[in-house]
Design a protein around this ligand. Sequence first.
Ligand code: CA
Length: 250
Amino acid sequence: MSRILIVEDEEHLANGLRFNLEAEGYQVELVDTGESALDRLRVDAPAFDLVILDVMLPGKDGFTVMSELRQAGQFIPTLMLTARGHPDDVLQGFAAGADDYLAKPFELAILIARIGGLLRRREWLRASLDRSATPEPDAVFTFGDKSVHFDLLELRVRKQVFPLTLMEANVLRYLIQHEDRPVSRKAMLEEVWGLHEDTDTRAIDNFMVRLRRYIEQDPTHPRHLITVRGVGYRFVASPDRSAAGPEGAS
Ligand code: CA
C-alpha cells in the first residue's frame, strides 16, 4: 500500500484529500507547515512513497520546501499544488525539483490519476533495479566520463551519482536529442513542459544552472551545456571533437 504525505494548511482541503485518497486505498498522513514536512521527511523518508505539496503555506512556502528537500538529496516523487495555473508558478515548481504539478482548483479525478502515474513510474524504476538487467539502449546516454540513466533517473559522473527529477531528465533528453543544434527556450517550454503561453523563460535558465552543476567541471565555463545568446541552449557531447569552436582547446 502506497503512503502519501500531504502538506496542506487549508484544513478542509487537507481532510477532503485524505478522505478521498484513503478511499483509493492509500495510507495518508497530513502536516500543515513546510517545516513539519521537512522534519517528517528528514527523520522518516522511507515511510512515504509520494508527497503532495501545497505552495502557499505559513512559514516556508512549497517552493522553498521543495528545493530544500532536493538539496538534502531527498528525491521522493513530489506533486506540487500551485495556487494559480500561471506558467511562472509551474516553472518555479519544476525548477525547485517538483515531478508534477496541479493548479488549484483541481479535479479530484485528475489528482488521483497524476498520483497513480508518479507511483507507477516509481514501481517501474524499482522493478528495473531489482532485475538489474541490462538497460534498454535508449535508456542510457554516455558522453565522456558521464552517463545519463534515463531509466533510473540518474546522472553518473565518474564515481558520483546525481539523482535527477523527472523534469531534469526530460530537459536533458530533449537537449541530447538535438545534440549540437541550438534549442530555443520557447521550444523547450512547449516540448518539455507543454506550455504554450507567453511566459518568462528565465525559469529554464535556473534549470540549466542546476544541470551544469552536475555535468560541468567548471559550471561558469560550460563545455556541454552551451548558452546560445538570444536563443537558448546547445548540448555538445564531445567538446574536444569540435575544438575549433569558441569553447575549444584551453
Ligand atoms: Ca495553502
